[in-house]
Design a protein around this ligand. Structure first.
Ligand code: HEM
Length: 214
């Protein structure tokens, strides 16, 4: 095995604050929405916590964004693959997760410093980080002060539309919080990717000399 540095410190700090924050946002969000059914805390405490943690997560998001914008590590999100290769790679990865893994096939993706994500990961993480997370934050800010932002709320179709988008993103993240750790556990040991997100180093099997990176 060799150790490869894949998760620089700002990414690790962002990630774990984000993960804990999202779990807290989901819990307080459920309390706010199902106030008569859930008794985790008072409605007022849930709203206050939801607001404060939400602002922390928005600030934290910029740690991730600015790090990648000003670092050559942004390549991990844009591996130099043609669309055809990207599509083929995604399909191979889907086949592996859906079938190959149960027969003991090797993972078709080989991690290296600038190829830490398989094609499915680089695509889904970008959709999440550049579309769904910002959508969740923007709709959250509008709902935080509906009167103050009334012009913007009206522009997006009114409070019901903004609230519906916020709740749909919430439903997505509830599913994601289960599926993402499950997929992250499919390494050579179940905890290998989790450890890597703490230490920064991924352990990978030595590649035969002359083997292509992908
Ligand atoms: C219980 C919560 C979570 C756990 C245990 C967890 C675990 C992990 C692990 C082990 C990795 C590294 C392996 C991989 O690349 O897939 C990772 C990466 C990542 N996770 Fe999570 N995660 C959690 C929550 C979240 C949430 C809530 C989000 C976004 C809303 C998120 C977004 C990401 C992204 C974008 C990466 C790639 C980071 C990068 O290197 O740029 N995770 N996660």
């Amino acid at each position: 095995m060799q150790r490869i540095y894949v998760h620089p410190l700002p990414v690790r700090i962002w990630h774990w604050i984000n993960a804990v924050g999202f779990v807290a946002m989901i819990a307080t969000g459920i309390q706010i929405r199902y106030v008569d059914l859930v008794g985790l805390m008072s409605f007022r405490s849930a709203v206050n916590l939801h607001d404060w943690i939400g602002f922390v997560l928005i600030g934290n998001f910029f740690v991730w964004l600015l790090f990648y914008l000003f670092s050559d590590r942004i390549k991990v999100y844009h591996p130099e693959l043609s669309p055809v290769k990207h599509f083929r790679g995604s399909f191979r990865q889907l086949q592996y997760y859906g079938y190959g893994i149960f027969k003991g096939d090797p993972n078709p993706h080989h991690v290296s410093a600038y190829h830490k994500f398989n094609p499915l990961q680089s695509m889904t993480y970008q959709i999440i980080m550049l579309l769904l997370v910002p959508l969740q934050f923007v709709t959250g800010i509008l709902l935080w002060d509906v009167k103050g932002f009334s012009a913007a709320v009206e522009f997006f179709g009114g409070v019901r539309v903004v609230d519906t988008v916020h709740v749909l993103c919430f439903i997505f993240f509830v599913g994601f919080i289960f599926i993402h750790p499950y997929l992250a556990s499919l390494a050579h040991t179940p905890t290998a990717h989790f450890k890597a997100m703490f230490t920064g180093y991924e352990e990978v099997e030595d590649q035969p000399v002359g083997a292509p990176p992908e």
